[in-house]
Design a binder for this molecule. Structure first.
Ligand code: PLP
Ligand code: COI
Length: 339
């Protein structure tokens, strides 16, 4: 095992030993190759560079108390990766190839998997981009798929401590018929202005509203949003947000605890009715929100007034984490052991 300061890892890039790569050319995928290099040789006219023809995924490998490495719902990531690839007209990575790539890269970098109980995990980042040269705007004739891993700590450095969010009305992340439902780089590029404005104002991140009417909550930085009231977990239904696998899972967990769960549009004013709110995603896990500020409407919504996460958010967080690292029974069949 590497001797890293596991308990204080940032959510950032740390070099590991190997990554895996594969090229799609002449209509077919080549062989999956192992590389020790952190670099790729890329054509200056690659569509991934010029026209954002790219998609990525994010998942984590968890070390259990029993020394087994667990993956959480990786098939859902594989499916979403296919959908994102098709969303920007790229060659699709078959699920079996996706599986082979992630299992291989995890096994090759076993020593970088943070120990059980450290609060850190091994983040897995599959990436697909147009590597063929084009100057006109059209899909490339060549694609590169790669997967690297890196050990990470929590995305929001506060961990499970509540954070403050800024409602953004000046910039949109994605439009209803755009690419917001896909995990493609362009959405993240589009979010940079809002995120920078939020950080400069001392907020952890930004809450995007629907681009069409600016009435409903869309997403919460690189995570989905949820609110809780009357024992009900409520999360936005929108045509411009990424369908979070964590969020899907929290809906099932909430129901298993006897809570109700709803996926429907959430008007900004409803923020005043929630007793708890949070952001959820692979990187964010559950990040409770203490305060949401809407400067244009002169509104401040406050939760967690004692500085602690709300009880239902904490219950969902603990159950999710326990399933992911193997402390709780895998009652939903979400876990795959990496042999
Ligand atoms: N929304 C956005 C924009 C994201 O980047 C992510 C991260 O993947 C999520 C939501 C959460 O999705 P998941 O729970 O599948 O990681
Ligand atoms: C994830 O939660 O896995 C993400 O991909 C978020 C990331 C953009 C930091």
């Amino acid at each position: 095992m590497e001797t890293l300061d596991w308990k204080n890892l940032p959510f950032g890039y740390l070099k590991t030993d190997y990554n895996v790569r594969c090229v799609h050319k002449d209509g077919k995928w080549g062989k999956l190759e192992v590389s020790a290099s952190e670099y790729i040789d890329i054509h200056i006219a690659a569509t991934g560079l010029h026209y954002g023809q790219e998609a990525f995924e994010g998942m984590k490998a968890y070390m259990g108390k029993d020394g087994k490495i667990r993956l959480f719902r990786w098939e859902e990531n594989a499916k979403r990766f296919c959908s994102s690839a098709d969303g920007v007209k790229m060659a699709v990575v078959p699920v079996e190839m996706f599986r082979e790539a992630i299992f291989k890269v995890i096994n090759l970098n076993r020593k970088f998997i943070p120990p059980y109980g450290s609060g850190a995990t091994l983040y897995i980042r599959p990436l697909l981009f147009g590597s063929g040269a084009e100057v006109g705007v059209k899909p490339a004739s060549e694609y590169t798929f790669l997967v690297f891993v890196t050990p990470v700590g929590p995305y929001f450095k506060e961990g499970i401590k509540p954070v403050n969010m800024l409602i953004c009305r000046d910039f949109d992340r994605a439009a209803p018929l755009g690419t917001g439902i896909y995990k493609v780089g362009g959405n993240y590029a589009a979010s940079m202005r809002a995120i920078t404005a939020a950080r400069n104002g001392g907020y952890s991140n930004t809450i995007f509203l629907d681009a069409k009417e600016k009435k409903y909550i869309d997403e919460c930085g690189p995570a989905n949003f949820f609110g809780i009231k009357d024992n009900t977990y409520i999360t936005p239904k929108s045509e411009s947000i990424l369908n979070s696998i964590t969020n899907m899972s929290l809906i099932d967990i909430a129901r298993s605890f006897g809570m109700k769960a709803e996926r429907r549009p959430i008007a900004v004013e409803e923020l005043a009715e929630f007793t708890e709110t949070g952001a959820c995603g692979t990187a964010a896990v559950i990040t409770p929100i203490a305060k949401i500020v809407d400067p244009d409407m002169n509104m401040i919504y406050e939760y967690c007034r004692d500085g602690k996460p709300g009880p239902l958010s904490m219950m969902l967080y603990e159950r999710l984490m326990a399933i992911q690292c193997g402390d709780a029974e895998d009652e939903f069949g979400w876990i795959t052991i990496v042999e």
